[in-house]
Design a binder for this molecule. Structure first.
Ligand SMILES: NC(=O)c1ccc[n+]([C@@H]2O[C@H](COP(=O)([O-])OP(=O)(O)OC[C@H]3O[C@@H](n4cnc5c(N)ncnc54)[C@H](OP(=O)(O)O)[C@@H]3O)[C@@H](O)[C@H]2O)c1
Length: 391
């Protein structure tokens, strides 16, 4: 995104349902100009002043901090677990999602299976209309039972079945943003983008995104049907997207959502050099949290804590504000099961850095080498994958 685009983009309204004839004209004009269609809508709306706590994310205009809801069933019908060491109950999880809407959060990131059910229930009573609802497809999960059959499945028929089941779980008639999570090494991305285009025509999926795709796959998908958002890992702990992914998003007018924006809790200051993780805590398998890496990596937490004291903020707030300061079209989705943490994270939207502060902080972060890979080898192997060519 060039600077003029960013300015007009920040002033655009949240996505709206566009009537079919208008939508066709809009897509045709965008194709002629070679830009993402929502940038045209943004330009048309540039006269409207923007509220300060809003930012552009592809076709959306949302609160600068979203919420990640990626939960799993625990022991017992009420128990809910996150990927790490946190737990809650169905009732409290639903209350937390509703509280997030009350606090102004608009971007809700979820995934099959249980999380969608809880998000769908939480957003009843009119809240659905106030949010941008995002979910995912990509793994070979039985759409009816939730049984993981192993591997990936982005075949068009499967995507359609998944979406119909998701609409039922989410109790809605449309998913605002649906990510392919992860690239299927057996399905050309053109087939995936074409299927999403058809689902958009039917009004079932308004926009789509890709999670951890290869660079050429982004370009090919975008050419077939404009990609709205890329969701990949990004935080002070993992800056791999800065070299090529973010510049490509900027070039194509694609929004960016960092997952694990708090480094799986690390950047919130809740881990120390002697912390040890046990399965099912996902961090037990992550090399950068292993006993041989963690003590060295704590230098980053110390830096974040220093800045938290300097800016009268918490470590989590500094970490989230650092992300939103990188680009005006980045919206992090911290995950939490804790209402106090939710409030703290939401409030990070008011933490800002001057240009000089940001330069100083960026340089200090860059000076700290991070030891250990960001993901276990098998999970890492599914990132940055290029889809096979369309024959
Ligand atoms: N596309 C993908 O491949 C992908 C992969 C992973 C995650 N995601 C999405 O990204 C979202 C966020 O990522 P994530 O959950 O992996 O990691 P994260 O947001 O970096 O960290 C979550 C952890 O931080 C803790 N936390 C949150 N706010 C805190 C605060 N203010 N103070 C102290 N601790 C805090 C949480 O514990 P408490 O519950 O105790 O607050 C939780 O253990 C997920 O919910 C999911 O929607 C996507």
């Amino acid at each position: 995104m060039k600077s003029t685009t960013s300015k007009v983009a920040a002033a655009a309204p949240m996505t709206r349902r566009i009537e079919r004839p208008e939508r066709r004209r809009w897509l045709a004009a965008a194709a002629t100009l070679g830009v993402a269609p929502w940038l045209l809508g943004a330009a048309a709306a540039s006269a409207a002043p923007s509220a300060t706590a809003r930012r552009r994310l592809g076709p959306f205009e949302v609160y600068p901090i979203g919420l990640g809801v990626q939960w799993h069933p625990g022991a017992g019908p009420q128990a809910v677990l996150d990927q790490y060491a946190s737990s809650t109950t169905r009732e409290q999880g639903i209350a937390l999602i509703r509280r997030a809407v009350d606090l102004g959060v608009m971007l809700f990131d979820t995934a099959p299976f249980m999380s969608e059910t809880l998000v769908g229930e939480a957003l009843q009573g009119g809240l659905r209309e106030r949010v941008v609802l995002c979910s995912k497809f990509g793994f070979d999960i039985d759409p009816a039972t939730g049984q993981f059959r192993g591997g990936f499945n982005s075949r068009p028929d499967h995507i359609r079945q998944v979406v119909d089941a998701q609409l039922r779980r989410l109790r809605t008639d449309r998913i605002d943003l649906l990510y392919q999570h992860r690239v299927d090494p057996n399905v050309p991305i053109e087939d995936v983008a074409g299927t999403l285009k058809e689902l958009a025509r039917q009004g079932k999926v308004l926009h789509y995104g890709l999670s951890e795709p290869g660079l050429q796959t982004i370009r090919r998908a975008h050419k077939e049907y404009p990609v709205a958002v890329i969701e990949s890992e990004y935080s002070m702990l993992y800056r791999g997207v800065e070299a090529q992914v973010l510049p490509l998003c900027e070039e194509l007018g694609i929004g960016f959502v960092p997952w694990s924006p708090l480094g799986m809790g690390f950047l919130a200051g809740t881990i120390n050099a002697t912390s040890r993780f046990r399965s099912p805590d996902f961090r037990a398998a992550v090399p950068r949290f292993a006993p041989d890496a963690l003590p060295a990596n704590m230098a980053l937490v110390e830096l974040v804590k220093t800045w938290a004291a300097r800016k009268n903020a918490t470590p989590a707030q500094i970490s989230l504000a650092w992300l939103t300061a990188q680009k005006p079209w980045i919206v992090p989705i911290p995950g939490t099961t804790n209402v106090a943490h939710l409030q703290e994270n939401v409030a990070s939207a008011s933490v800002t850095f001057s240009a000089a502060e940001l330069k100083e902080l960026n340089a200090a972060v860059a000076d700290i080498p991070i030891r250990g890979a960001r993901l276990p080898p098998d999970v890492l192997a599914a990132t940055g994958v290029e889809a096979p060519p369309k024959r």
